[in-house]
Design a binder for this molecule. Structure first.
Ligand code: ADP
Length: 164
């Protein structure tokens, strides 16, 4: 019944943790929209165009993925796209309170939309965009935590050569 799912996030930048959630979502849904939040209140390292380009390069071999951006409320975006499923990834307990609160609010705003949580896989459970930024800012490459092009883009952004 639910063939389409929306996977929203900042993706600043995309990590292997995000990629894992995307791959697993594609095993559950026919089509997945990766919806990059155009959130002006959140300071981002990469522009929305850069984030989209990095996602595009990283998922180029995946079938049935659409990359899009959204402003405003996620539930309004989902309704506009006719999607009744929101995908979120859950890492350690620290994600839980935040994700629970948002999913309850989304349920209140749009009762027909269900949030589906996929647990982070063990190898990605501690990876976050912010940790990845912190490490590469100091010149260390993280080739097994982010796609190659993301690693390159991070090093370029911070003007580092890699593998200090
Ligand atoms: P947001 O600002 O919306 O939290 P993120 O890009 O940080 O955007 O995360 C988008 C979604 O991906 C969130 O549900 C987050 O919990 C999930 N996520 C992020 N990193 C990982 C990971 N390593 N493993 C599984 N899920 C993850």
């Amino acid at each position: 019944m639910n063939r389409l799912a929306v996977y929203p996030g900042s993706f600043d930048p995309l990590t292997n943790g995000h990629l894992d959630i995307i791959k697993r979502s594609l095993a559950l849904f026919e089509k997945v929209i990766i919806a990059v939040a155009n959130n002006s209140t959140k300071q981002s390292l990469f522009s929305i165009e850069e984030r989209i380009e990095l996602i595009r390069e990283s998922v180029k071999d995946f079938p049935n993925v659409i990359i899009d951006t959204f402003d405003g409320l996620l539930v309004d975006y989902c309704r506009e796209k006719n999607s009744r499923v929101i995908i979120r990834g859950l890492r350690a307990v620290t994600d839980f309170d935040y994700e629970y609160a948002i999913s309850l609010m989304n349920k209140e705003l749009a009762p027909e939309i269900e949030t589906v949580f996929l647990m982070a896989s063990s190898e990605n459970s501690f990876i976050s965009s912010s940790i990845v930024k912190e490490v590469t800012m100091n010149g260390r490459e993280l080739t097994n935590k982010v796609p190659h092009q993301v690693n390159q883009a991070l090093l370029k952004k911070f003007n580092k050569k890699g593998n200090k």
